[in-house]
Design a protein around this ligand. Sequence first.
Ligand code: NAD
Length: 299
Amino acid sequence: MAAIAFLGLGNMGGPMAKNLLAAGHSLTVFDLVEAACAALEAEGAAIAASAAEAAAGADVIISMLPAGKHVAGTFLGEDGLLAKVPTDTLILDASTIDAATARQVGEAAAELGIDFMDTPVSGGVAAAAGGTLAFMCGGSAGAFDRAKPILEGMGSAEKIFHAGSAGAGQVAKAANNMLLAVHMIGTSEALAMGHAHGLDPVVLSEIMKASSGNNWSLQVYNPWPDVMEGVPSSNNYQPGFMVDLMVKDLGLACEVAESGGVDNQMGKQAMAAYSAHQGEGNGPRDFSSILEWVKAQTG
Ligand code: NAD
């Protein structure tokens, strides 16, 4: 079992840290929000007053922070953790951030001989709480071998992937979420079109699930209200996965596409649609509420 420093105890980091404690690791935690730390202290973690204090004596550092600037601020520069920790420390950044920053931190760590991996997650708050997250990892094969048993404390063993070198985890995450955004809009358009012609969305969903339009949105996350039980569309689009986060992830995907010289036209159209929907006050709602935007376009 490892001594782990866990940085960032928000909606995702809090339950992830809790699962690591349950798996038998010892945790020292740090978050800017005191109440977030107190909640983990109640579960058996030690609280640190800074990231550096949390990292002192840790075998593994895990961060789950909002964006690239927080990750760069935590690890890079004279005051950053890379300059302070022993070279045998394993660092795993599970935040969803821009691939360029992930590469920069990964390369700075490699120059110091420190194993760093970008390990963004898929699965959301429910999977974080249930310990069933998927991890997509960027870094060396050696770092992946060290990371896997730790990540298994927060995710499903069969869903932990080595995507490639530093930054590859963030590229994989951006690719996946861009595809999710596009097929959720496509699914919404198909259902709206059928409904406009008098088809029952329940029947049309069954037809498409049994046909070549079958996809994850139809299988487990149908955007049409009351087609499926227990999904955000049947609960007034309570998240789930917020429109705000989808817009963030599509912005990262568009950066990844541009820096790779790929003209991601569908991704850009999805970005425009979700941004317009967000601008109409839907940021905190579930991303499957894009169905309402689709219906508004089609009158
Ligand atoms: P959140 O805003 O709930 O939590 C972020 C936490 O980081 C906050 O508690 C904040 O106080 C803390 N923090 C900020 N700067 C810090 C610093 N310098 N040091 C220590 N703590 C700091 O966000 P979240 O929903 O937990 O998401 C975290 C990351 O996971 C994001 O990158 C997000 O895009 C990604 N993600 C979220 C979901 C989701 O469904 N919420 C799903 C997959 C991935």
